[in-house]
Each structure stands twice: as structure tokens, then as C-alpha cells.
Design a protein around this ligand. Sequence first.
Ligand SMILES: [Zn+2]
Length: 256
Amino acid sequence: MVLFCIIGEMGSGKTLTAAQLAFKNWYFRKQKLYSNFHLYKMPYYFVDRVRQFDYMHEGYVLLDEIWRLIDSRLSRTTSNKFVGDILARSRKRQLVYVYTAQVIDTIDKRIRKVQDFTSLVSTNRKETAYRVNVFRTGYIKNGTYLKTFYFTSEIPKQLYSTQEEVDMIDDSKDEGGCPEPKLMWQLAAGKCLNCGTLITANPNRCDPEYGGCGSRNIEPIQPIFFDTWEEADLYGQKYWEKWFEENNFISSKSLS
Ligand SMILES: [Zn+2]
């Protein structure tokens, strides 16, 4: 099991870092993905209900703002059980949890005590390059520094919406079966019919702030659902093989 935490304020690039790690581990290392926020251009199981967490086996789990959601959405009893289950599950199953938090103190103490890595993200002024300092354990102090890695935003900025409000549904008291997490692929939120740009951040406008043309003539793009991971994975692999070719991007395993 691995518990990997990403700390950073709003807009610091912590969700971007989570998306970057997910891309690397899916595309290059063939890991299954689970996420509590919607992803674009990567296959993933969408988990936003307490009981859906029990479906996760082997893979990479992205949890944006999870501790804030647990605090605000779950009762104390449910939240205690939920955290206990996360720990029990991650030990038994081969799951890597990657979660973000604005402040390290908001992370449940039981998690923090066994947390494997804590990382801090920072960016340059143009927000094109990111630096991630990684520390061992749940504590940033002398002697826990492990390494630093860098990445550019070109790929990860395409992979999610910066405007999504993540939420969590407490279905812990519901009777009967829980719906399985959906296995999804979504190219983007929409496509600009004027210039062809794929829209991620603002689904209503081809935002000039992100290099768009300003048009509001946007065609929404719906997600596609798959029955098996193999099908979804193959679909995604093909998309990116083509993307790397068309964009002349160096697709090396060292992309980190
Ligand atoms: Zn446009």
C-alpha cells in the first residue's frame, strides 16, 4: 500500500500533480484508475459514494480534497469507519492512494501517522512548469526529504476541469446494493464549434484565458462507458498514441 499526499493552496497545482501522476501510472505503467473527480482523456472508475470505495482493487486512487469532504459530509461515526476501512483496504489490496489537501493538519491523524509520502507543489509565474518536493512520512521536517521531480502542464492540464466542485455522498446507511462505480472515458467537457478547441475548464465558453477563441458556441461532449477495464484502457492508449504522434511529443518513460 502507498499513501501519497499532495499539499498546496488553491491554484498551486495539487490537483494537476495528482492528474500528472495518474497519467504516468496509467499510460506508462498500466495501472487502473479510480477517482472522486471527473477525468478527461483517461479511463477511470468514478467513486463518489462511501460504499463505492469497497469496489476498489489494485490501482491508483485519486482523491481530491477528501479530508475536507469527510469532515463536512460524514457523521463522526461514519467518518471513523471510513478512515479505518481505507487503512484496512490499502493494506490488503494493492491500492495507491493519492490525495490532496490545502493544509496538512486537516488530514486524519491515523492516516498521517502511516502516510508514506507528503509532497509540496510549487509553480513558475506562467504556470507552465511545476516542481514537487517529496518527503517521506506524513511529516515535513529535517531528515524526511526524499526527492524533487518536475513536470510541465501541457498534458495534465487537459485531464480534468479546474472548476469541478468535488462532493461525496454518504450512502453508508442505505439498504440494499450499492451501484458499482462507472467505468468512464470522456474526451473533454465540450468542443468549440468555432475553432475546434477541446474545452475542459469552462464548459460554456472557449475561454481566451486558456488560449481559446472566446466563442460560446460549444458542443457538449458526453462520457463513454465501458464494461471492462481492458476495453477502456485500449481505447485510451490509442487516443494518446495518436496524440503523441500528432503533437510530436517525446513519449519517454522518464516523463515525470
Ligand atoms: Zn474556440
